[in-house]
Ligand binder design. Sequence first.
Ligand SMILES: *Cc1c(COP(=O)(O)O)cnc(C)c1O
Length: 414
Amino acid sequence: MSVSLRASLVHAAMEQFTVDRGELVVGGERLSLLAARVGQTPFYAYDRSLLRERVASLRAALPKGIKLHYAMKANPMPAVVSFMAGLVDGIDVASGGELKVALDAGADAAEISFAGPGKRDPELRQAVASRVLVNLESPREVDVLAAASADFGVAARVAVRVNPDFELKGSGMKMGGGPKQFGVDVEQMPQLMASIRHAGLAFEGFHLFAGSQNLRAESICEAQLKSYELALRLAEYTSMPVRFLNLGGGFGVPYFPGEQRLDLAPIGDNLQRLLQRARSEMPEVAFVIELGRYMVAEAGVYVTRVVDRKISRGQVYLVTDGGLNHHLSAAGNFGQVVRKNYPVTIGNRQGGQATEIASVVGPLCTPLDLLADRMQLPVAAIGDLAVVFQSGAYGASASPQAFLGHASCPEVLV
Ligand SMILES: *Cc1c(COP(=O)(O)O)cnc(C)c1O
């Protein structure tokens, strides 16, 4: 087998956690002690120092004029949101419930923005009363916001989320281009901008979000450039100055074999060029990049204990006390996609012991409850701790925790 083929079969190195006495160290603590401190398995743990380093590395790679927002749906744990609120320039929320968590976390309302395709009337009123920026996604929202503005005597702050006429190439999830439930089609913008003006809403700018989980810097740069140029075109529909331009995010993290970490350097250069252009073309604009998983995924682990070790017709099964019910994406999203393994290891056997091919399965009575399918792992025994890396985003809150009636999974920020 060629070297490149071989490379395509391995996970990116998970070197963010150090090792002490053969155990992974998370939040400065050996995993077995952390498990004892939590008082049970399974659990999620998020490492504060890694979150801090991640935001610092983004700031180092991107130009100073770029505001960094945390899209909190990636990890809405209140302690995480509070911690992130102290590191980033703003929080992006996608529901009234998230808005409450962000405000409780102490995030500055002036720097919170609220996007989502089906905002209910009470959520929109909540946003106006809180003085946060609403990323408008439909003409209906203009009417509801106008009524709330009149009732409260507070002009609703709005940016328009635009459904662009292009897609983000190579992204895991496309959220713009073609027909979409998100945002307002470019074609409908002249009319919408006029109705915002008539309604007397406080227009601030545009929001473009082309897609998610992209590991190709050149596609992200292309989407940013196209988004910028689209915003320039749209600015012609209004006499109101464009003060806010959210260029989306989409920065991915490596989950599966063969995936490499995103190179931020070309993205930083690209944004620098756009900032330079904006000085003459949109002088009042502030650029925002909104990131969810890129900020938090690599700082988190899901930890589950081996409760049984079985051999079926020669294949080793490590049966753990948690799985699909707590970590749907690592299990493969109910079998709807071609399943690939997340990076998994045995967290208390990092000393270079013998390895074997084993599958890690959860306790649920379904073959879909699979955390690792025939992976090369340190030889594990009952009581060991199986660890799923890259688990700081879309884990606990994005999993069917009530499925099969097991206890829900605690989360700790350490
Ligand atoms: C989900 C979402 C994000 C975050 O996506 P990630 O892939 O976690 O970075 C950002 N912006 C919007 C509008 C979203 O819906």
